[in-house]
Design a binder for this molecule. Structure first.
Ligand code: SF4
Length: 63
């Protein structure tokens, strides 16, 4: 089964690192929380990098 990235918005502190790192996958929603708008916008390695850089580790892989 294919894994897709998701953001736990309750934990997101709106730092923007994931959006700066992979703007083709992440964006801010209307409440300034990160969200995934195109899970296929970048390869898994790039998405993993954003996950690793997130200061509160609130991006995760879901199946
Ligand atoms: S890197 Fe993490 S805390 Fe920062 S905006 Fe993205 S999801 Fe939110």
């Amino acid at each position: 089964m294919k894994q897709v990235p998701r953001v736990n918005k309750a934990e997101c502190i709106s730092c923007g690192v994931c959006i700066d790192t992979v703007p083709a996958v992440f964006r801010f929603d209307e409440e300034n929380k990160a969200e995934v708008y195109d899970p296929d916008g970048a390869d898994a390695a790039a998405i993993q990098e954003a996950m690793d850089l997130c200061p509160v580790a609130c991006i995760y892989w879901d199946e």
